[in-house]
Design a binder for this molecule. Structure first.
Ligand code: G4P
Length: 511
């Protein structure tokens, strides 16, 4: 039952609402880890990368990042794997999936705005999987709400215990640094830019009101409790400024010391621990290669156990026969590097031609199947209309491919010939149309569908068949042939659920 206490891997993601400062914080974390040398590189490199693919022009036009990536850096003997998640509220499914591959998360909150909608959504996904969270209240170098207000909001809105670990010495124009509760020292701004450049005041004189606030904060909120944090019941809260480099070191130290090492993963045959002596992992993301001329894909595998060595043969659960992984990729921030070895908690990119699917388990002996990688109920459904009706075959192939990649979900209704695609955000639809055209030469339009959402049906086959008899017009199959109820409204789902208590109407589908 060991949780590999000796593992030095920390695999985490940053969750936030757009504009809270995730990119800036990522950059500063990587700088501290020595992974990049100049501020601004994260964005700059992102742009160079984007320019390489046609459909990614959408990202450029909208100035957002659709593609997730993995950044690895090291500090004090700890290897940090930071999984980037698209921050845009429109493109969340990818983000959700990425969160299935992390062991913990940093939640970035804007000190002036508090909990915003996307923060809350992502938090709920973390909670579903009991992913522990460290909170970073960013931008305290600007005017913000009172720290008490922010703490109370996190506690109330997310039903979490909060445990402040630091305190801002003033905010905005009167910002004079950050008091660290553990050491009692204050990190100070320096120079014209008022950045943190390493100056720490070990026994600071604090303004009376700040000293009193800090005292109240320490007495009034729970102390840090590792167990409660690891269970996802308590979040340690750090105040800081990513832009001015305040609180960043403390955050890295907190991940190193508190964040859990690689977690065991549920499988059909029971839980697989990181020290299980066989290489196992699962695919949480598939990304089309940057070059549209080649149908190459990179499948991102989260290692669950074992020590991977280059050239190893692994068997994907969806394929049944082994593939040799000759050129795995580790995504170092600096550049892609060819991985020689990887261990539990690491992410490796496996180039392939479409054989690997999101949700696949890879293992040496093909005896393990991981569970718990969900599909999410789409929030937007659209009918796909072909401009050239002779291209039906190509369209079917494209929709199957793109749903394997996790770009969209596809539903084939039992009645009528029009296929339905489902997404969790509008942007996915734009990506779909432009990739259909660029990669499959299929011109298609998306029209309103008479449905609002979809639910996967689970239950006794006979019961579901009987239900289907009466609800043909609402029945569809997903790309795996599993039955799906297309609902006109959330009310419809509730009504059918009540009438058919023996059937589960699931908002997620586990593969
Ligand atoms: P995101 O990835 O979460 O969307 O946020 P990002 O880091 O891009 O930050 C959003 C804006 O907030 C940026 O300003 C960034 O400089 C600013 N910012 C981030 N952290 C801090 C902080 O600690 N203090 C202050 N004062 N500002 C911060 P921008 O003007 O929109 O972008 P840019 O042109 O500076 O890149």
């Amino acid at each position: 039952m060991s949780n590999a206490p000796t593992s030095n891997r920390r695999t985490f993601a940053i969750i936030s609402h757009p504009d809270a400062g995730k990119t800036t914080l990522t950059e500063k974390l990587l700088l501290q880890g020595g992974a990049i040398h100049l501020a601004g590189e994260v964005k700059a490199r992102g742009q160079a990368r984007r320019a390489r693919s046609d459909w990614m022009k959408i990202e450029q036009q909208r100035g957002i990042s659709v593609t997730s990536s993995v950044m690895t850096f090291e500090k004090n003997g700890i290897t940090f794997n930071l999984l980037d998640t698209p921050g845009h509220e429109d493109f969340s499914e990818d983000t959700y999936r990425t969160l299935t591959a992390v062991d913990s998360a940093i939640m970035v909150i804007d000190a002036a705005k508090g909990i915003e909608p996307q923060t809350r959504k992502l938090f709920e996904v973390c909670r579903l999987r009991s992913v522990p969270i460290i909170t970073f209240v960013n931008k305290v170098d600007r005017e913000g709400r009172s720290p008490f207000e922010t703490l109370d909001e996190v506690a109330d809105a997310l039903a979490l215990d909060v445990s402040p670990q630091s305190w801002p010495v003033g905010m905005g124009g009167i910002f004079e640094g950050i008091l660290d509760f553990a050491t009692g020292s204050v990190s100070r701004p320096e120079g014209d830019s008022k950045e943190f450049l390493g100056k720490r005041d070990p026994s600071p004189e604090l303004p009376a009101d700040i000293a009193e606030e800090a005292e109240l904060a320490r007495a009034g909120y729970p102390e840090f409790d590792l167990e409660a944090y690891r269970h996802g019941d308590l979040t340690p809260v750090f105040f800081g400024s990513a832009l001015k480099n305040f609180g960043v070191t403390e955050l890295i130290d907190a991940i190193a010391r508190f964040a859990p090492p690689p977690r065991p993963q549920p499988s059909e045959a029971g839980v697989i621990n990181p020290d299980y002596n066989e290489v196992t992992g699962f695919i949480f993301k598939v990304q089309a290669n940057m070059d549209p001329q080649h149908r190459d894909r990179i499948a991102f595998m989260r290692m669950v156990s074992g020590t991977f060595k280059r050239g190893m043969k692994l068997t994907p659960s969806g394929l049944g026969k082994p593939i040799a992984v000759h050129s795995p990729i580790l995504f170092f921030a600096q550049d892609r590097e060819i991985a020689d070895t990887a261990e539990a908690g690491d992410i490796i990119g496996i180039p392939n031609h479409g054989t690997l699917r999101v949700g696949d388990t890879l293992s040496e002996k093909n005896a393990v199947r991981f569970t718990g990688l969900p599909n999410f109920a789409p929030e937007i459904l659209r009918r796909v209309v072909l401009k050239d009706p002779t291209k039906t075959k190509q369209l079917r192939k494209a929709l199957d491919d793109l749903s394997e990649e996790g770009v969209i979900q596809v539903f084939y209704p039992e009645l009528g010939g029009q296929w339905i695609v489902g997404v969790v955000g509008q942007l996915q639809l734009d990506v779909l149309v432009s990739r259909l055209e660029a990669e499959y030469k299929v011109e298609a339009a998306l029209e309103a569908a008479p449905f609002d959402t979809a639910r996967w049906l689970k239950g006794d086959e006979k019961v579901i068949d009987a239900f289907a008899q009466f609800n043909r017009t609402n029945l569809a199959k997903d790309r795996d042939g599993d039955p799906v109820f297309l609902a006109r409204s959330a009310w419809d789902v509730g009504y059918q659920q009540e009438k058919n208590p023996e059937i589960a109407f699931n908002a997620t589908k586990e593969r």
